[in-house]
Design a protein around this ligand. Sequence first.
Ligand code: FES
Ligand code: FES
Length: 158
Amino acid sequence: MAKSHVTTTINGDPVEFLCESQQTLLDVLRDELHLTGSKEGCASGDCGACSVTMDGRLVCSCLVLGVEVEGRSIETIEGMADGENLHPLQQKFLEHAALQCGICTPGILIAAKSLLEKNPDPTETEIRYWLAGNLCRYTGYDKRVRAVQYAAPEMRGA
Ligand code: FES
Ligand code: FES
């Protein structure tokens, strides 16, 4: 089958790749570009483990086709830290042990960053609703909510 040539931006860098029409963005990230931080939990839009942003909008990369990202700007977990410096959310997740096996963690971090960029001072309820689409098989929900609460003032510079 003929492959499509796609030109896009990933974590601020121009990227080109070839993909088949049925390949999802998650397939492309993991299998073609070797950006394996985004995880596949369900491949059906239910778990949030594959979360990335596309033009600033939180999406499940398992529900986006690779060909759909032509001309778009994608951000993945690989772009979250600034070199050796962890993003405040990553730092707080570490400090508060807000992860166990780590499969859900990249998607939660991307989703939490998306929340705090839109709503820098969310209530606990708003955090819980926003992250409701990010499932964790170890049910580590309270710690991740606390980590987001601790990261929020740091991101606001408070
Ligand atoms: S792998 Fe995409 S939502 Fe579960
Ligand atoms: S820490 Fe493993 S699925 Fe959430």
